[in-house]
Ligand binder design. Sequence first.
Ligand code: SIN
Length: 481
Amino acid sequence: MTAVNELIQGLDTRLRIGSDRAEGIDQIEVIDPATEQTLTTVYAAGTGEALQSVDAAAQAAPGWAATPPRQRSDILRKAYDLMLEREEQLAELIILENGKTYPDAIGEIRYGAEFFRWFSEEAVRIIGEIRTAPRGDKRIVVLPEPVGISLMVTPWNFPSAMATRKIAPALAAGCTTILKPASDTPLSALAVADILTEAGAPPGTVNVVVARGSSGVVDVMLEDPRVRKLSFTGSTEVGRILMQKAGSRILRTSMELGGNAPFVVFKDADLGAAVEGAMLAKMRNAGETCVAANRFYVQSEVAEQFTNLLTDAMSNLRMGPGIDRSNQVGPMINSAAVEKIDSLVSGAVDARANVLTGGSAAEGPGFFYHPTVLSELSPDAAILGEEIFGPVAPVVTFDSEEEAISAANDTVHGLISYVYTSDLNRAFRVGEAIESGMVALNRGLISDEAAPFGGVKESGVGREGSHHGLEEFLELKYLAW
Ligand code: SIN
C-alpha cells in the first residue's frame, strides 16, 4: 500500500455535521480517472442530513460571529500552516481523485493554502465607517456584519482550492459554512474540513455534505430561511438554475461560472513568451479550468510561426497518470468529458479544420485525450463558442485590432482574456475594450489570492480573493446617530 492509499484509508469518509460524523443515506464511489479504478466510497447525504447541517451551522453562528477577529485569524493561519505541512499528501489526494499531474496538484494545494493565509490577514482588517451627515447634525455609522450561514457548492476541477477560496473569507467575516463538494472529488474537501477542525474551527462552523447531484440536498438548503448566502463555482447552466432558486429567496450570491477565454496574439508580441503563456493558459489541469484559453486569435503575419511553435510544444507533452511525476498531461475527469471534447473536435474537423496534432482520445484505461491543435477554423465553428474544458487549442487568424476585439467579445461569457503584445498602449487599449472580468497582459496565469477573481456577462457575479472576496460575506448595517 502506498503512503497515498494510507491517506485515503485514514480519511473518515462520513459527512461532517457539527461535531457529528454521519453516514447519510447513500454511498458514492470515488474513481481514479487515470486508471478507472475505485479509490474508495464516501457517505452521501439526503435532505435530512442537509437540514441537520443547517441546524449545526445555525447553532454555531452566534458564537462564531462573536469570536474575536484575531482568534478567527489565528485559526485560518494555522490551517495555512497545516496545509503546507501536508502538501505532498494533499497533492497526491488530488492526483488520485481528480487526475491532475503532480505540478498542477501541488500548485493547487499551495494556491489553496494561500486563501487561508490571505484571509487570516483580512480577518483583522474588516473596516466600517463613521461620517458626519452633510447637514452636520447627525452621524452615519456603517457596521460590517457577517452575512450569515453560507452554502458553498464547489466543482471537481479544483477540489481543494475552490473550497478554501470560499470557506476562508466566510470564516474571516464571521459566517458559518456548509460545503457541498462535487461528488467526483469529495476527498480533498473532507481533508480541508479536517484541517480547519484541527486548526481550531469550532464544531458547526465548517460542515461538509457530500451528495449525489440529483438528491435535492442543495434545494432543501436553499429553501431554508436560515441560509443567507450561496457561493457557487461551476458551469453557467447549473449556475443559472441555482441563481433562480437563490433569487426566489433573495439570497446573496457569488457565482463563478463558465468562461470562453480568447487568447489574442498580436504581430508585435514576443512569440516565445506567447507560446509559453499559451501552454500555461491552455494546459494547466489539461485544460480543465474555467480560465483555460479556449480560442486562439493570432494576427496573420505571425500565425504560421506561432501555430508551429504551439504545435511543437503540444505534441511534445508527456501524457499519463499524475502519480508518475514526470507526466505533464493527466486524464479528463470522466468519460463524458472525453466524449464532449471528441464531439467538439469532430465537429470542427467536419467543418474542414486541420488537425496539426492530437485530435483523438487515447486508449484506456483512463480518460485521456491527446493534446490537440486545430487550424483553418471558420470563425463560426461551434468549438469557438463552447467551453472545451480539455487540451484542445483551436487557432484562428485575424488582420486588425478591431477584428480581434470583436472576435474576443463575440461570446456570452466574460471571465478572462489573454493578450500578447509588446505595445503598451495597445495592451491597455485592448485590455479596456475586452469584455471580461480579468485580462491577462503578456501572462498565461494570473490567479492570485490577492486579486479579485470573477467574471462579467454570463461568467458570473461577485469576486473571490482579495478584500473584495471578503466583502461577499459581509452585510453593511447603517446605524443612524
Ligand atoms: C476555476 O477553474 O474554476 C478556477 C481557476 C483558478 O482559480 O485559477
